[in-house]
Write a new protein. Structure first.
Length: 396
């Protein structure tokens, strides 16, 4: 059964992470993704370590599966013409250059729309296509800082902390993918394409709905709380006898069960701790009591007790522990792909599970330019001689 996006062609002019992650999702869902890279160099992440077999970037391979690959020099007149012709045959075009770059190349939305009025043109940038910061470059750490999430991440009275993954990039990828799917659906009604303008900074703001809601409601500026929740308590990581565990107590029924489990039934009827909000207000009085109790038993023993009582909890797993977790294995959240040269290799699976038209991970990340000849002959009807001529000119 083909994937749900079978028949959709995506012209992918992105590099690094924010764009490639989005096009990878589309490819996993069955779209024909044609990744366009610079001749001889390719996506900058091809040079990022660590490397497999001293040649293949683990970073590049992790976000570029499910794609075909061609090399085109966008700055060459013939290269530009190839992109315009390929855009005529595509449903989606996506780029993540600094705003203004594609205009200089003659490949911005107005230029592409003239060639294909029904195309969906998605652009991811640090700050969007307008505004005083539009032409500034931005990477993940920049938007994490400017968007506010670094100011509330980490421990109290410590310096700002970057979230441990490039969520500034990945979040914009997800919003971009949602935008593309929405525009494709709308096109089935109107028959018209449109441009999608994704700002990484605005994606950060959308993510921080709760901090902004609290700020607008109270006027208080949110600060870092470690693993704590700003409203409910206990809702955090606790040190145990041998490691760490997370416990999340919400609702009136769970609190008495938790108090009994940690041998502090006297807390149940204490008016200071009767609700999650009150417990948060009296956190400094309550936390030492809970923390002392949690250090008396190892994590696995606490997990057994809490799970039996249906108390939301979980161990603080390291990456290797996640990779071997029985739930992860049962759901094939980590899967294997076959690389033509490296053989079997493990990768994170797509979390999108469709019952009838499932997503598939069939192609590992491509070699630089491996599909150039096939794509240009298949879609544009170019002969081998014409392709060789373009290569001699430096257009591909």
């Amino acid at each position: 059964m083909p994937g749900p996006l079978h028949g959709i062609r995506v012209l992918d002019l992105t590099r690094f992470l924010s764009g490639p992650y989005s096009t990878m999702i589309l490819g996993d869902l069955g779209a024909d993704v044609i990744k366009v890279e610079r001749p001889g160099e390719g996506d900058g992440t091809r040079g990022s370590g660590p490397f497999l077999a001293e040649e293949y970037s683990a970073y590049f391979m992790s976000v570029n599966r499910s794609k075909r690959d061609i090399t085109v020099n966008l700055a060459h007149p013939n290269g530009k013409e190839l992109i315009l012709e390929l855009a005529k045959q595509s449903d989606v075009m996506i780029e993540n250059f600094v705003p203004g770059t594609m205009t200089k190349l003659g490949l911005d939305y107005p230029a592409i729309e003239k060639q294909n009025p029904s195309i969906i043109y998605a652009a991811i940038s640090g700050f969007g296509q307008s505004g005083p910061y539009a032409n500034r470059p931005a990477l993940d750490v920049v938007v994490q800082a400017m968007g506010g999430i670094m100011s509330i991440t980490g421990e109290p009275d410590r310096g700002p902390v970057r979230v441990g993954v490039s969520q500034g990039d990945i979040l914009s990828s997800l919003y971009c993918t949602i935008g593309i799917l929405s525009a494709l659906q709308e096109r089935t009604v109107s028959g018209r394409g449109q441009m999608i303008d994704i700002s990484m900074l605005e994606c950060q703001i959308a993510l921080l709905e709760n901090p902004f809601a609290r700020y607008f409601a109270t006027g208080e500026v949110p600060k870092p709380l470690g693993t704590r929740h700003p409203i409910d308590t206990p809702f955090q990581a606790f040190e145990t006898k041998d490691s760490w565990i997370v416990v999340a107590i919400i609702g009136a029924k769970t609190w008495p069960l938790f108090c009994a489990a940690i041998d502090h039934v006297e807390l149940i009827d204490d008016n200071r701790f009767s609700t999650g909000w009150l417990r948060t207000q009296h956190y400094d009085e309550l936390n030492p009591i809970i923390s002392k109790s949690m250090r008396k038993k190892p994590t696995q023993e606490w997990l057994s007790e809490f799970v039996a009582l249906e108390i939301p909890c979980g161990p603080v797993n390291t990456i290797d522990q996640v990779a071997s977790n029985p739930q992860v294995l049962a759901r094939s959240a980590i899967t294997e792909m076959i690389h033509p040269k490296l053989g079997k290799m493990k990768t994170a699976n797509t979390p999108i599970r469709l019952s009838r038209t499932p997503a598939k991970l069939e192609k590992t990340a491509p070699e630089l330019g491996q599909d150039t000849n096939n794509v240009l002959s298949e879609l544009l009807g170019l002969t081998n001689k014409q392709i060789d001529c373009l290569m001699d000119k430096g257009a591909i």
